[in-house]
Write a protein that binds this ligand. Structure first.
Ligand code: NAD
Ligand code: WQD
Length: 336
C-alpha cells in the first residue's frame, strides 16, 4: 500500500515525506514542478537514506492521474498541490480557480473511480476570513477575502458535500496557521520564487544579504507592539500533524476541519528581534502602511487536533528561527 503525496516536492510536502519515510511508508509523489525542483528528491534521500517514486504530472490532467492510480496501489492521498500566493491570486484568479479548484475536483473524481476515499487536505487559516476573533475555533463561520482564500474555501465546501453524499469518505481538512522553519538537517526548507511575500522568507533573505531591508506592514495595530500577530508553526510539527492525520483517518467519518497551530501569537517585531539575536545579522527595516487585507491578530485554538489526532506543536519560536536560519545560511540561493 502506498500514500500518494500531491505537491510532495514543495515546502510542506517535502517535510511531510521525510516524516513518513521515517515510518517506512511507501510514497508516490505527483508534482508538476511549477513551484519546486527535483533537487528536493536528492535532499530527501540524503536525509532519510530512502527513495520515493516521483511522477511529474499535473493534478488537472485526468488521464495522467488515472494512470497513477492504475499503476500504484494507493491507500490514501495527502493533497498539497496548489498555488498559494495571495497577491498573485488577485492578478490571475482564473489560474488559481483552475489549478486549485478544478485540479482538486479532478483528483477527487479519479480517487472515487479507484475507490480510494481517504484524504488529508491542505487547507488554511485564511478560511476564517477577517470577522472572527482569535483564538480561532473550527466551528466559527468561514469566509474569504481574496481568490486564493476562495479556492481553499470552495475546496473545503466540495469536501463537506462529498463526505455528506457518501459516508465511505474519510477526510481531514487541515487548516494551517503560519508555517515557518526548516528540517533540522538544513537540507530542505522554503524556497520561494522571486521576492518572498511571507514574513519569514523575507526576513531571512534580508539577514543573508539577498534583500536590503524589510518593510514592516503597519505598527498601529492593537497588539503588543503595534505590529501584526500570527501563530507561527514549525514546518516539522506541521509535517508530524499530517502523519497523525493519515494514521487516524480510519477513525474519521465525513470531513473534519482541524486547526494546526501552536495557539500562541508572535508579533512582526518579536520575529525580527529573535532573528537578529539568533543569526547575529542586522535586519534593517522600515515601517510602512498596513498591507491591504491584513488583520491585527490571528492565532489558533488547537484543541481539536490534540483530542482527535493526539497532536500538539512541540517546537518553540527559537527552534523555528534557528532552523530557518540554518537552511537559509547553508543554502543562500535555495536548492540551486
Ligand atoms: P509549495 O508551493 O512549496 O508546494 C506546492 C507544490 O505543489 C509545489 O511543489 C508545486 O510545484 C505543486 N503544484 C502546484 N500546482 C500543481 C498541480 N496543478 N499539479 C501538480 N503539482 C502542483 O507550497 P507549500 O507552502 O508547501 O504549500 C502546500 C499546500 O499548503 C498548498 O496547498 C498551500 O495552499 C497550503 N498552505 C500553505 C501555507 C503556507 O503558508 N505555506 C499555509 C496554509 C496552507
Ligand atoms: C505575517 C505578518 C504581515 C511580510 C499568509 C496568507 C495565509 C497563509 C499564510 C496560505 C503580517 C507582516 C509580512 C512583510 C510584514 N498562506 N509582514 N512584512 O498574511 O499571516 O498569511 O501566509 O494559506 O493565507 O495570507 O502571513 O507571512 O504574509 O505575514 O510586515 O514583508 O507579517 O503584515 O502581520 P499572513 P505573512
Amino acid at each position: 500500500m502506498s500514500l500518494l503525496i500531491t505537491g510532495g516536492t514543495g515546502y510542506i510536502g517535502s517535510h511531510t515525506v521525510v516524516e513518513l519515510l521515517a515510518l517506512d511508508k511507501d510514497i508516490v509523489i505527483v508534482d508538476n514542478l511549477s513551484n519546486s525542483s527535483t533537487l528536493v528528491l536528492d535532499r530527501i534521500k540524503e536525509i532519510t537514506g530512502k527513495t520515493v517514486t516521483f511522477i511529474k504530472a499535473d493534478i488537472c490532467d485526468e488521464q495522467a492521474m488515472d494512470q497513477v492510480f492504475s499503476e500504484h496501489n494507493i491507500d490514501a492521498v495527502i493533497h498539497f498541490a496548489g498555488l498559494k500566493a495571495v497577491g498573485e491570486s488577485s492578478e490571475i484568479p482564473l489560474s488559481y480557480y483552475h489549478n486549485n479548484v478544478s485540479g482538486s475536483v479532478t483528483l477527487l473524481q479519479v480517487m472515487a473511480k479507484h475507490q480510494v476515499k481517504n484524504l488529508v487536505f491542505s487547507s488554511s487559516a485564511t478560511v476564517y476570513g477577517e470577522n472572527n476573533e482569535s483564538p480561532l475555533v473550527e466551528t466559527m463561520p468561514t469566509s474569504a477575502t481574496n481568490p486564493y482564500g476562495q479556492t481553499k474555501l470552495m475546496i473545503e465546501n466540495i469536501l463537506f458535500d462529498l463526505a455528506k453524499s457518501d459516508a465511505s469518505w474519510s477526510i481531514a481538512c487541515l487548516r494551517y496557521f503560519n508555517p515557518i522553519g526548516a528540517h533540522e538537517s538544513g537540507l530542505i526548507g522554503e524556497n520561494p520564487n522571486g521576492i518572498p511575500n511571507n514574513l519569514l522568507p523575507y526576513v531571512s533573505q534580508v539577514a543573508v544579504g539577498r534583500l536590503p531591508q524589510l518593510q514592516v506592514f503597519g505598527d498601529d495595530y492593537d497588539t503588543v507592539d503595534g505590529t501584526g500577530v500570527r501563530d507561527y508553526i514549525h514546518v516539522v510539527d506541521l509535517a508530524i500533524g499530517h502523519v497523525k492525520a493519515v494514521e487516524k483517518l480510519t477513525e474519521i467519518s465525513g470531513c473534519k476541519p482541524i486547526n494546526l497551530g501552536t495557539g500562541n501569537g508572535t508579533s512582526v517585531l518579536e520575529i525580527v528581534n529573535s532573528f537578529r539575536e539568533i543569526s547575529g545579522q542586522e535586519i534593517p527595516y522600515s515601517v510602512q502602511p498596513r498591507r491591504a487585507g491584513d488583520i491585527a491578530t490571528v492565532f489558533a485554538n488547537a484543541e481539536v487536533a490534540n483530542k482527535l489526532l493526539g497532536w500538539h506543536a512541540q517546537r518553540d519560536l527559537n527552534a523555528m528561527i534557528t532552523d530557518t536560519w540554518r537552511w537559509q545560511s547553508n543554502n543562500p540561493n535555495g536548492f540551486e
